[in-house]
Design a protein around this ligand. Structure first.
Ligand code: ASP
Ligand code: MG
Length: 347
């Protein structure tokens, strides 16, 4: 079994859904395929929950793509209305994005003759009393769901959505479909987890900020885990550990360029000179940004960093990451300076 996760931009339109199902058709089977909501929909559902957008416009956005896919629009409209009309709490409304995208995609998969079945993530994705994924529950109930549905090439399911310990609909934190994918990979003892996104792998910094950032072909689990939790936006902050503790490789791949090599996250040795710069806003201090240099290098000390960022910045050593709190207006220049001075091509 492999797990393939496709994010919002990979399922964001009829054309992207066709490209995604084409990737799935040509990949190893059986596969559990985890999908996000269509891009932009979760934000809009948050607005619906606050009373600033309406359910009809969400339905219309999906019907437009259904028509382009040649799906029976009136049958899908009934299904979409049923999903949204049954959602009342904020979490139930947020969960509709993945429920709608998966309902659309399973119809397209069947229309093109793919041997696919839809599994309801709410039947196995559950949080425990502490709010963390209930992994024993997940393992047992995923196995039951797979067994009940019988052998298929593709088991489609929703990312992000789950139930809390009391059984109410809930969600993981934003971007959580990556986490669903690695948790399912762990539960199903998958041989590989593929995170299909819109960037060709993990880079040494966000390429939108550092134009000459480099793709990292092989990344160590520990560095990837730190990078995700210190703000490298390409991966959900908690998603590395389920794969890491089971030694399942994570491939980060680009659905817009499916033949590009991407990044393999696995047990690669950590080398000197090998670093990622990432940043994250501190919710406690909205005017400040935590910028981190992630990687292992005994040759860099605080003084080296001070020469670059100045003496007035608070620098903290956090094991595989060294981070500093900078005012928001200095975020980009700090990232570029750290990248230019400490990230070498020795990956
Ligand atoms: N749809 C959710 C979000 O936008 C989960 C995800 O895309 O991973 O945060
Ligand atoms: Mg994401």
């Amino acid at each position: 079994m492999i797990v393939m996760k496709f994010g919002g931009t990979s399922v964001g339109s009829a054309a992207r859904i066709m490209a995604t199902t084409d990737i799935i058709a040509h990949s190893q089977k059986p596969a559990i395929v985890v999908v996000s909501a269509m891009s932009g929909i979760t934000n809009r559902l948050e607005a619906v929950a606050r009373g600033n957008d309406n359910k009809e416009s969400i339905i219309d956005a999906h019907l437009k793509e259904a028509a382009l896919l040649g799906i029976d629009v009136s049958e899908f409209a009934d299904c979409a209305r049923g999903i949204l009309e049954g959602a009342h709490t904020e979490s139930e409304i947020k969960a509709c994005g993945e429920q709608l995208s998966s309902a659309l995609i399973i119809r397209h998969m069947r229309a093109i003759g793919m041997d696919a079945v839809l599994l309801d993530a709410l039947s196995f994705m559950r949080l425990n009393e502490d709010g963390y994924p209930d992994t024993p529950f997940l393992k047992k109930h995923l196995a039951d769901a797979l067994q009940q549905s019988g052998p298929h090439a593709v088991y489609l399911t929703q990312g992000f959505i789950c139930r809390d310990a009391a059984g109410h609909v809930s969600t993981l934190s934003r971007g959580g479909s990556d986490y669903t994918a690695t948790l399912l990979g762990e539960a199903a003892e998958a041989t590989e987890i593929q995170i299909w996104t819109d960037v060709n792998g993990v880079y040494t910094a966000d390429p939108r900020i550092v134009a000459h950032a480099q793709r990292i072909p092989h990344l160590n689990y520990g560095i990837a885990d730190y990078a995700a939790s210190f703000g490298a936006k390409i991966l959900h902050r908690a998603c590395v550990s389920p794969a890491w503790r089971n030694s399942i490789p994570i491939m980060v791949l680009d659905s817009f360029h499916p033949d590009a090599p991407g990044t393999v996250i696995g047990p690669k040795p950590i080398g000197n000179g090998f670093k990622i710069v990432a940043s994250i806003t501190d919710p406690e201090q909205p005017d400040m940004v935590k910028v981190s240099l992630i990687g292992h290098d005994y040759n860099i000390n605080e003084n080296d960093i001070r020469k670059i960022v100045g003496n007035d910045i608070n620098i903290v050593d956090a094991g595989l990451a060294t981070y500093m709190m900078v005012p928001r207006h200095k975020e980009k220049e700090t990232i570029v300076a750290l990248h230019d001075n400490f990230v070498t091509s020795e990956l």
